[in-house]
Every structure is written in C-alpha cells, then in structure tokens.
Design a protein around this ligand. Structure first.
Ligand code: ADP
Length: 352
C-alpha cells in the first residue's frame, strides 16, 4: 500500500466512524402478547446516508423489527434510537424525523397524486407556503407529473408504490423505512422503483429497506443484515457476504483440449496470471479454475494464453449469488454450526 493509499484509507475510516448513527438498536427483543418471540436480540448501527438492507425469509421478524424502529411497537427489552431520539421516551420526535412506507399502501385511490400529496403535507405539518413547490418536486422525482391529476385507482402497482413513497417524503425526512416495497411488482416496475430509491439515497436520505429479494438487496444496499428467526446472523456488504460463501469459478474451453495443451494452459494460470487461484481442475475440453478474483483477472489471463498460442473457444464465469449466501447461512444455522465467525446472536461484520 502506498502512503497515499494508506492516508486515503485512514481518512475514509475516520469519515465513516464520524458519521452519526441514524438508526441505532441495542439488544432489542419483541415478544407479542401470545408469547411469540418475534425479535430476539437485534442490534443495529446504521449511519447517516447509508442504504441498509434487512434481509430474511418470511416470518424472520423483519416487519416486527421495522415497526419497532418506527414507534408502532416498543421493544419488550432493549432500546432504539432514531436520529438521536429514543423511541420510547420521545416517539413524536422520532415520527417527525422519519418516513415509513408499510407493506399495505397508505394512499387514497379515489384521489389523484397531487391530492394525495396535499393530504400528506397537511398530515406531516409541512408549512403551507412550501407545499406547492414540494408537491411539484416530488411528482417529478417519482415521475408521476403526467398523471398528477388522474385518480390513483387507475394506476399500475408500480405507480401506486411510487406515489406511496412520495407521500412519506413530503416532510423531507432524513431517514426512510421501506417494508418490502417491491413485493408484487413486475420486473420493469421494480426497476423504476429502485431508480427512485437510489435517487433519494443519492440526495442524502438514509434508507432502511426490508426485502425477501436477494437481487434487490444486492443491487441497492451498501450494507445488509441477514435476519433469521428473530436474530441477525450476519452483516456486511453484499460482496463480502458473497465472498464469505464461495469463490468465483472460471471455466475455459480450449480449441485444442489435448493433455499437453491443457497442461500448458494450467501452468500459465498458476505461474503467469494474476488469478488468486484456489483450485484448478482439467475438464474434458479445458480447465475449471476457482479464484476469488476470476472476474477481474480473466482478461489478463486471456492475454497470457493468447501470447502462448493457446486459443479459447468458450468461457464462463460464475460468482456466488446472494441466494447461495442465504442458503449456506440458513444451512449453517439449521445445523447448529457457527456461521462465518461465531456468536449467532450478535451483529457481525463479515468483512470490513
Ligand atoms: P417477516 O416480516 O420477516 O415476515 P414478521 O415480523 O411479520 O416477519 O413475523 C415474525 C414472527 O412473529 C412470525 O412468527 C409471525 O407469525 C409472528 N407475528 C407477527 N405479528 C404478530 C402478532 N401481531 N401477534 C403474534 N405473532 C405475530
């Protein structure tokens, strides 16, 4: 590492530690009246400006957790602080500083987007003189200006979701909670909603999103936590979680798959390429290589092979997906094994 890189790294670390905590939860437990222990010791430290994903299967406790963060439920044990306010001691201050989009839509289908936003402005106490501008700005942001005066009942699911999110943003909350916001949307609608969430995050809003879709978490989140049976089993970046599960695999087909040619290719992979190879296997028509950096080092390898007169007729690179992460971690938990690094009840940073 150069001095400059070291300085940059220490500055980056200082930046992230100096950022305020937007969402803090300390050993939160939530037990329903019927005795269901839905949340069992969740701790969180989400920094301002982060896009944080909360991922888990049905029944894991995601909705119960999010309701506890937004003051609709209180912890049976433990504490939550949002934007510095304790949810139990100061719920009103918390509510004024957040936006919360529940799974069930809160828009009035009989009204138009403009009317829905007017109602929301009144509800959230947006000063009268700011309302008109705020409404126009949000209509643009969610791309509903063209239909601003049409009744929402005629809208597609994706348009309704976008309007719903706009209504929870009228008071410009610094933190937004989204509970499975794209469930039931078709892929195109999901993409548009994603773009919109990215936009509000780019503008500095902290986003906390629960989802069952691994692809969604992968696409949007800076960091995510995996919740299983009311406990966070892992936190980390999507990439870190993926690399905790497995390496990338590169398969190559050679135009001359003779023993000799495959041996030569293997030696180049081992000795001359930048691949961090963990395993190489000779296949019927070429090689199968496992390496953490297969995707980034492949073009360099191809140059080396070509220089040695070895021709590749086909190749494929496979990375572990978040589905793999999820299945592996769920399996580890199910088998009672320690996952990546011990203590399943505590928040773990898989890789920093
Ligand atoms: P998720 O959002 O991850 O699907 P939930 O938070 O909805 O999970 O549910 C977690 C657990 O709590 C489940 O076992 C669910 O049946 C239970 N649960 C949810 N709401 C209630 C309630 N009001 N009363 C009792 N149990 C509940």
């Amino acid at each position: 590492m150069t001095l400059q890189q070291a300085r940059h790294q220490s500055e980056t670390e200082a930046d992230s530690s100096e950022r305020h905590t937007a969402i803090g939860a300390e050993d939160v437990h939530v037990t329903y009246d019927d005795g269901t222990a839905a949340v069992r010791g969740v701790s969180l430290d989400v920094k301002e400006g982060e896009f944080f994903g909360f991922l888990g299967p049905n029944g894991a406790g995601k909705t119960t957790t999010i309701k506890t963060l937004v003051t609709l439920l209180y912890p049976t044990q433990g504490a939550v602080r949002i934007n510095g306010y304790d949810t139990k001691a100061d719920p009103q201050a918390v509510r004024e500083s957040i936006g919360y989009m529940a799974q069930e839509t809160s828009i009035d289908f009989e009204l138009t987007p403009r009317e829905n936003l007017r109602v929301a402005c009144r509800m959230y106490g947006v000063p009268r003189e700011e309302r008109a501008d705020r409404i126009e700005e949000l209509l643009d942001l969610v791309d509903l200006r063209d239909v601003a005066d049409k009744r929402a009942e005629t809208f597609s699911g994706g348009m309704q979701k976008r309007l719903d999110t706009a209504t929870v943003l009228v008071h410009r909350p610094p933190v937004v909670f989204l509970d499975e916001p794209t469930t039931g949307l078709d892929p195109e609608a999901r993409l548009r909603v994603w773009n919109y969430f990215e936009k509000i995050n780019d503008q500095g809003t902290t986003v906390f999103l629960t989802t069952q879709y691994l692809e969604e978490a992968n696409e949007l989140c800076d960091r995510l936590a995996i919740l299983q049976e009311g406990q966070i089993t892992h936190t980390g970046t999507p990439a870190a979680l993926k690399s905790a599960v497995g390496t990338e695999t590169l398969t190559l087909a050679l135009d001359d798959p003779s023993q000799e040619n495959r041996r030569r290719a293997r030696n180049i992979v081992r000795q001359r390429s930048a691949l961090d190879t963990t395993a190489i296997e000779r296949t019927a028509d070429g090689l199968r290589i496992e390496a953490d950096n297969a995707r980034s080092a492949t073009s360099d390898l191809f140059t080396e092979l070509s220089a040695a007169g070895i021709t590749i007729t086909d190749f494929d690179i496979q990375s572990p997906t978040l589905d793999d992460v999820f299945l592996t971690l769920a399996g580890e938990k199910g088998e009672g094994k320690d996952s990546a690094d011990s203590e399943p009840t505590s928040v773990q940073e898989v890789v920093r």
